[in-house]
Design a protein around this ligand. Structure first.
Ligand SMILES: C[S@@+](CC[C@H](N)C(=O)[O-])C[C@H]1O[C@@H](n2cnc3c(N)ncnc32)[C@H](O)[C@@H]1O
Length: 237
């Protein structure tokens, strides 16, 4: 198999909407200034320009900013190389493969339910193909499942990571359930790092209630929207 892994674009419908709608609004605002009040055409032009800029920033974020931050996030875990790791909501595998690259004697499991609304071209086959292209297929297990009910026994993983996944759950109760599931399947002595662009204070709170020692980063501006990382560790009994 030849080629480079491709990880898709996050929230593709929104990005496409901004990429088409933004320039359209700017053109409409510019051409309608003889028939519409200047305040309205000015608002159309400004809104269109912001939407177009957001489409560009979100695309750059999916392709470049996220990769840099995820690499730093996995580096900061200082893995030994033989851990069992889980990537929750792995999508096409950018974080999954970054983690697997650090675990030559371990195993990295990616779990997802493959929503193409959340990531373009999202599918278990696409992730498997990326793992193959990265030369990491042997180290990676790809599972289909819902993060609100992780299909793993208690204390299964030394390390759990996640990127831009938990916020996709529709309610606070769902997100709390997923974070509690993450705490459940983490081994005593295990560590986690969860990156997301909203609700991270709530993830940190839920993890503290589950007994973990937790820190939340400052906002990180290499991605758009900017993100936070919640890091935690579970004490040994
Ligand atoms: C924006 S994508 C991010 C994918 C990947 N973590 C990354 O950063 O490239 C969000 C992912 O969360 C997954 N997801 C959404 N709801 C989920 C759920 N209930 N259980 C498992 N995965 C879910 C989506 O299918 C999608 O792959």
């Amino acid at each position: 198999m030849q080629g480079k892994p491709r990880f898709g674009i996050d929230a593709p419908t929104l990005v496409l909407g901004f990429a088409i709608g933004g320039p359209l609004l700017v053109v409409l605002g510019c051409t309608a200034n003889r028939i519409l009040p200047p305040a309205l055409t000015g608002t159309m032009i400004a809104t269109g320009a912001i939407m177009a800029a957001e489409a560009i920033l979100m695309t750059l974020s999916s392709l470049y900013g996220k990769r840099i931050l995820l690499r730093r996030m996995v580096d900061s875990l200082a893995l030994r190389g033989d851990e069992q790791a889980l990537d929750v909501g792995c999508g096409r595998g950018m974080l999954l493969l970054e983690t697997a690259g650090h675990l030559p004697r371990g195993r990295t499991t990616g779990l997802d339910l493959w929503s193409t609304r959340d990531q373009s071209g999202n599918a278990a086959e696409a992730t498997a193909r990326n793992a193959e292209l990265a030369g990491l297929r042997e180290r990676v297990q790809i599972d289909t499942g819902d993060m609100r009910q992780l299909p793993y026994a208690d204390a299964s993983f030394d390390v759990i990571v996640s990127s831009l996944a938990i916020h996709n759950l529709p309610t606070e109760t769902d997100r709390e359930q997923a974070v509690r599931e993450i705490a459940r399947v983490l081994k005593p002595g295990g560590r986690l790092a969860l990156l997301d662009f909203r609700h991270t204070a709530h993830y940190a709170q839920t993890l503290r209630e589950a007994g973990l020692d937790v820190q939340r980063s400052w906002p990180l501006f290499l991605m758009f929207p900017w993100v936070w990382i919640v890091r935690g560790s579970k004490a040994r009994p």
